[in-house]
Design a protein around this ligand. Structure first.
Ligand SMILES: [Zn+2]
Length: 403
């Protein structure tokens, strides 16, 4: 591919809106526009990544040199990532936090005790209630009340007091919802701040799957200032749905193997069979760069070779480079040919930014003795190479870069 056909526009300065180093370099190297859209070079790279994904299947991310986590959902751990991932280092399970599964520990079995109404003034939160009653938060039932968008149905959710509701899990179960208003709560027979599902009218009751295994919980009495202690699922109320509704956190046991989960900021690269290729491009840029630009591994670069000519005084270096371009393509190598009439320094900088694994420079002095210069992106120095050995030497250096 010719540089001029790809309409690459490199930038000296990082864009002011860059989200990360990798993102800044993708804009500077001309893979992304300032507005974040794919340029022709970016589009070419995405097409190449599609091909690699089909070719390598499960090995795709390893081939790109990305240290990822997860199998069904694949994440690239990254502090500026847009999702929170839960990961089990022991068995490799990973999922978005809001939908991640974890093993929940039931409370020790207890015989149900008779319910008892107790005065609990100013206990509007689980924390104040647990402190007031002198019980751990896991011995309380947390009430959350919503109204379904589609039909206005009042939804009463119960999770254990030490757990956090995952709104995403609830949404998957009941559809879109919003917070219930005080009027809606009272209409259903509950009391804001002192609510429980006991004795409600017309409510859809949804409880976390740990609730039926948690005996004698303190819950609201649906009367201002009062709670009930020793409420028990099954005896005092039942639910329309029992489901996993709570958020996994670091330290919770893995659902699959029981080892402690970890939590990390990440980019989601793959969700089931859908690969997010633009996120993969960003992950590549984060994982493979230095201060001059991208350093893409041979398996993950848009082109294996960046071929440039340095305009000469005595010799038509462009015509010579055109010949080399044709030869390298015939040898089955993928080449980005910088055919611009630009100063060498400009081209060297652009080659470093774009990050192809190997640079081939056709300059006047070398060509007069039948050689060009090769430089792996990571190397400091050029390696002179006779033209007749070119494809062979290139293959050798690309193999070395891939190590
Ligand atoms: Zn595990």
């Amino acid at each position: 591919m010719r540089y001029t056909d790809l309409h690459i526009q490199t930038q000296r300065e990082a864009p002011a809106n860059a989200r990360s180093e990798g993102h800044a370099l993708l804009v500077r190297a001309g893979y992304l526009s300032h507005a974040g859209g794919l340029t022709p070079l970016g589009q070419h790279q995405i097409t190449r990544l599609h091909t690699l994904a089909e070719k390598f299947g499960e090995d795709f991310f390893t081939r790109l040199g990305l240290k990822v986590i997860g199998k069904e959902q694949v994440f690239f751990p990254f502090e500026s990532g847009s999702v929170e991932a839960i990961h089990c280092p022991a068995c490799g399970y990973a999922a978005r936090q809001e939908l991640a599964a974890f093993k929940k520990a039931p409370l020790p079995a207890e015989a149900p005790l008779p319910p008892e109404k107790v005065l609990t003034p100013n206990c509007h939160t689980i924390e104040t209630l647990a402190n007031f009653l002198g019980i751990p938060q896991e011995k309380t039932a947390k009430a959350l009340m919503f109204t379904r968008i589609s039909d206005g149905k009042f939804i009463f959710v119960v999770v254990r007091g030490d757990m956090t509701l995952s709104e995403a899990k609830l949404r998957n179960l009941v559809g879109e919802f919003r917070l219930a208003t005080a009027a809606e709560i009272i209409q259903a027979g509950a009391e804001p701040g002192y609510a429980s599902p006991i004795g409600l009218r017309e409510a859809l009751v949804v409880v976390d799957d740990l609730i039926p295994h948690s005996a004698n919980l303190a819950a609201g009495a649906n009367e201002a200032g009062y709670h009930l202690i020793n409420t028990n699922y099954g005896r005092d109320y039942t639910a329309d749905h029992i489901a996993d509704l709570t958020l996994a956190h670091a330290g919770d046991p893995c659902f699959h193997c029981g080892n402690p989960l970890t939590q990390t900021r990440a980019m989601l690269l793959k969700d089931g069979s859908a690969i997010h290729f633009e996120a993969v491009l960003l992950a590549l840029a984060e994982a493979h760069h230095d201060e001059k630009g991208l350093i893409l591994p041979p398996g993950a670069a848009p082109f294996e070779i960046y071929l440039m000519h340095v305009p000469g005084k005595m010799l038509d270096t462009l015509a010579e480079a055109e010949k080399i371009y044709a030869d390298l393509q015939s040898a089955g190598l993928s080449v980005l040919f910088d055919d611009r009439n630009e100063r060498a320094g400009v081209k060297f900088n652009d080659a470093d930014l774009i990050g192809c694994p190997l640079r081939v420079t056709a300059g006047e002095r070398g060509l007069q003795s039948g050689t060009v210069e090769l430089k792996p992106r990571r190397a400091q120095d050029n390696i002179p190479c006779p033209l007749n050995e070119l494809p062979l030497q290139i293959r050798r250096l690309l193999d070395e870069s891939a190590q």
